[in-house]
Write a protein that binds this ligand. Structure first.
Ligand SMILES: NC(=O)c1ccc[n+]([C@@H]2O[C@H](COP(=O)([O-])OP(=O)(O)OC[C@H]3O[C@@H](n4cnc5c(N)ncnc54)[C@H](OP(=O)(O)O)[C@@H]3O)[C@@H](O)[C@H]2O)c1
Length: 265
C-alpha cells in the first residue's frame, strides 16, 4: 500500500500502486474500462458482476497489464451476496482500499406514474441498495484496518436532472448521489472518502437502445457542448482520480462527465 506520508510527484499521486480495488459491473462497458485503467495505474482488482464468463475475459486483460485479478460473480441486488462478496474480495486481495459501485440497471422506459412495483424494486435493489450494502462492508473493512479508503459511486446525469421515461432510474441515481454525500460526511473523520461520477450518454450495452434511436440520440448529442456521446474509456480516468491520492482532499462531490450538456442548460 502507498504510504500517505511519502512525498510524491504530482503525477505519482494519480498512481494506485499496491491498492486493492473492487469494481462492480466490471465485465463490460464503463466498469471494464475503470478496472483496466485502475490496473494500469497499479491496482489489484476484484471483478464483480453476475456472469463469470465476461469477468474472466476482463481478468485476463488485467493480468496482461501485470496486475492481479480475482473474479467474484455476484448479483448486486441481493444483500447477502453483496456482503459476502466484499468480505471475500478483501480476504483474497489481502485488504481493501477502493470500492467502485458501478453495476447498474435501467430495464425499461416507462412513465413513473405507470411503473410497476417490481420494476421499481429491481431498479432500487441494484442501483441503490446494492451500493449501500457494499459501502457498509467496505467501511467496516476500512475502519478495522485503519485504511483511508476511497468509495467511488457511478451515478448519472439522470440523478442530477430529469429524463422522462427514466424516472425510477433518475430517482435511484439521485439517491446514490445523496448516499455518497452522507457517507462522505459520516466517514470523513476516519479518513475515508466517498465521491460520485455522473456520466452523460456513453456507448455501452445499457445505452444501446438510446444510441440507436435517432429521436433520443440526436437531441441528446445536440445538447452536449462537445456534440457527441462518450466512450467508456473517457469515464475511467475520473474513477482513477477519485480512487487515488490525487483527490485526497475531495469528498462528497459528484464529477459530471457529460460533454458539457449542463453547461448549455
Ligand atoms: N451508458 C451510459 O450512457 C451511462 C450513463 C450514465 C450512467 N451510467 C451508469 O454506468 C454504470 C455502468 O453502466 P454501463 O453503461 O457500463 O452498462 P453495461 O455496459 O450494460 O454494463 C453493466 C455492468 O453491470 C453488470 N450488472 C448489471 N446488473 C447487475 C447486477 N444485478 N448485479 C451485478 N452486476 C450487474 C453487468 O454485468 P452482468 O450482466 O454480468 O451482471 C455489466 O458488467 C451503471 O451504473 C449506469 O447506470 C451509464
Amino acid at each position: 500500500m502507498g504510504d500517505d506520508t511519502t512525498p510524491r510527484s504530482a503525477l505519482g499521486r494519480f498512481r494506485l500502486d499496491g491498492k486493492r480495488a473492487i469494481v462492480t459491473g466490471a465485465s463490460r462497458g464503463i466498469g471494464r474500462a475503470i478496472a483496466l485503467a485502475m490496473a494500469e495505474a497499479g491496482a489489484d482488482l476484484a471483478l464483480v458482476s453476475r456472469r463469470r464468463e465476461g469477468l474472466l475475459e476482463v481478468a485476463r486483460e488485467v493480468e496482461a497489464l501485470g496486475r492481479r485479478a480475482i473474479v467474484l460473480p455476484c448479483h448486486v441486488g441481493r444483500t447477502d451476496e453483496v456482503r459476502s462478496t466484499v468480505i471475500e474480495a478483501a480476504r483474497e486481495l489481502g485488504g481493501l482500499d477502493v470500492l467502485v459501485n458501478n453495476a447498474g440497471t435501467n430495464p425499461l422506459m416507462t412513465p413513473l406514474a405507470e411503473l410497476g412495483e417490481r420494476a421499481w424494486d429491481k431498479i432500487f435493489d441494484v442501483n441503490l441498495k446494492g451500493p449501500f450494502v457494499a459501502c457498509q462492508e467496505a467501511a467496516r473493512s476500512f475502519r478495522a484496518n485503519g485504511v483511508a479508503g476511497s468509495i467511488v459511486n457511478v451515478a448519472s446525469v439522470g440523478g442530477l436532472d430529469v429524463a422522462p421515461g427514466l424516472g425510477a432510474y433518475c430517482v435511484s441515481k439521485a439517491g446514490l448521489v445523496s448516499l455518497t454525500q452522507v457517507l462522505a460526511r459520516e466517514l470523513g473523520s476516519i479518513g475515508v472518502r466517498a465521491n460520485a461520477i455522473a456520466p452523460g450518454l456513453v456507448a455501452t450495452r445499457m445505452a444501446e437502445a438510446l444510441l440507436t434511436n435517432p429521436a433520443i440520440r440526436d437531441p441528446a448529442v445536440a445538447r452536449a457542448a462537445l456534440r457527441r456521446h462518450a466512450e467508456p474509456e473517457e469515464i475511467a480516468g475520473a474513477a482513477v482520480f477519485l480512487a487515488s491520492d490525487a483527490s485526497s482532499y475531495m469528498t462528497g462531490q459528484t464529477l459530471v462527465l457529460d460533454g458539457g450538456t449542463f453547461l448549455l442548460g
